[in-house]
Design a protein around this ligand. Structure first.
Ligand code: ZN
Length: 415
């Protein structure tokens, strides 16, 4: 069975229509993966995700390995059964979170407290955040690398849950994702913060390539069921390094090629430039995935450059902050080809107090079919969790419709 099928290439851009086959269903590309960090889309059930026609979800290896841990998920016979989602799942390798969250130990040590410590908890209840330099330790925004060690073997870091030391090797990342039963498994990579000098970027990129080889070897020996392995192209914003990374990885047979280390604060122009030269040397008959992107207009620009897959926290996270998306329409059609094709609604704005229209009259989602802006605003003003749910449903409906419109555009030679 051919796992990836290129259905159509646009004549106007490098955009492509594709079909990725998995044992939990086929996925039409370009597609977007809503994020279920800890095995749950925040505020929604998997049944609701089905109603929204989400083709696939993304879950995080790092968070699942800490809680509930692989033993529980193994007993449940995999993540699909554990969370009651029978569609495809992609899991990341844990590399990015180990890098961004793995400094928990320094923080807990500094405070001479443990996250489960009673004294610590009562300080929190009193609202005393001073011990953590005004950072919220239950949702650590802290990023640092003093307690994360990258070696040839793997990554050593500290659990954000209890501060325990954890070691993640490329093989271990494979093993965990195989237990999770992910349809798409990502290799472990070394993430770097941008800007980063050439030498460090080169070292991280070369280590990522060596890890990718090790991952592929382990994966091909141990693979039991229909699972796919994707590698990650690194190299920061250095053309030479990106090309080297893509070339080296293309020599190894992966099911898909991700582009990592972008959308981490670099100017958008720079990101698109990297895509322009990187995508052109990736194998044509394999999936291409731009990790962590993005805003609607970034997705459109990346699709035009030949990307098939996206993931981002934006629709779900913004929903919880009352930031909602709405298409601008022209003759009852979304005008995604134009620059200002959507608008943002901040639902807590006073102007919506008496507004009894739905968020978007042209949206067929459950929220827009049943609830008004005024009611949604009221839910947000009173901090009712139903507000987060309804806003999440709408924002995901917007993103999934955006992808549908893009696919339609490619199919109709308009994109
Ligand atoms: Zn809606």
């Amino acid at each position: 069975m051919t796992q990836f099928q290129l259905i159509k290439k646009s004549k106007k851009s490098c955009a492509r229509l594709s079909l990725l086959k998995t044992s939990h269903g086929n996925i039409e590309g370009p597609f977007f993966m809503p994020i279920a960090t800890r095995g749950a889309i925040k505020n929604l059930t998997p049944e609701e995700m089905k109603t929204l026609k989400s083709q696939i979800i993304l879950s995080n290896t790092y968070h699942l390995m800490l809680r509930p841990g692989t033993k529980v998920i193994k007993k449940a016979k995999g993540l699909h059964k554990f969370m009651n989602w029978n569609g495809p799942i992609l899991t990341d390798s844990g590399g990015f979170q180990a890098y961004s969250l793995g400094s928990a130990k320094r923080k807990t040590q500094n405070a001479k407290l443990n996250l489960n410590d009673q004294k610590f908890k009562s300080l929190l209840e009193k609202g005393d955040w001073g011990i953590f330099k005004k950072e919220n330790p239950l949702n650590p925004p802290y990023r640092g690398d003093n307690n994360i060690k990258f070696s040839e073997e793997g990554i050593e870091f500290y659990s954000e849950v209890d501060g325990k030391k954890i070691f993640l090797s490329p093989e271990k990342a494979m093993e965990i994702q195989m237990i999770l039963g992910s349809d798409i498994i990502m290799v472990l990579d070394q993430c770097i913060a941008l800007p980063c000098d050439y030498k460090k970027t080169k070292q991280a990129m070369e280590l990522t390539t060596r890890w990718a080889k090790r991952s592929q070897e382990y994966f091909s020996q141990k693979k039991e069921k229909d699972q796919k392995l994707f590698c990650i192209v690194q190299g920061g914003t250095y053309k030479r390094l990106r090309l080297q990374s893509a070339k080296d990885l293309a020599k190894i047979d992966f099911d898909g090629y991700a582009i990592g280390g972008l959308a981490v604060g670099e100017p958008r122009k720079k990101m698109l430039e990297v895509l322009d030269y990187t995508v052109s040397i990736l194998p044509e008959n394999k999936s291409r995935y731009l990790m962590g992107v993005g805003k609607p207009e970034e997705i459109i620009e990346a699709v035009k450059r030949g990307i098939d897959m996206f993931d981002c926290v934006i629709p779900t996270r913004n929903a919880r902050h009352g930031t909602l998306y709405k298409f601008k329409m022209q003759n009852a059609k979304c005008k995604i080809k134009e620059e200002d094709f959507y608008e943002i609604i901040r639902i807590t704005n006073a102007k919506f107090e008496f507004d009894l229209q739905p968020i978007d009259l042209n949206c067929s989602c459950y929220t827009c079919q049943n609830y008004s802006r005024a009611y949604l605003r009221h839910l947000f003003m009173t901090n009712e969790s139903l507000g987060f749910r309804l806003a999440t449903i709408h924002n995901l409906a917007f993103y999934l419709r955006l992808m549908e419109e893009i696919r339609k555009g490619i199919r109709d030679n308009n994109f």
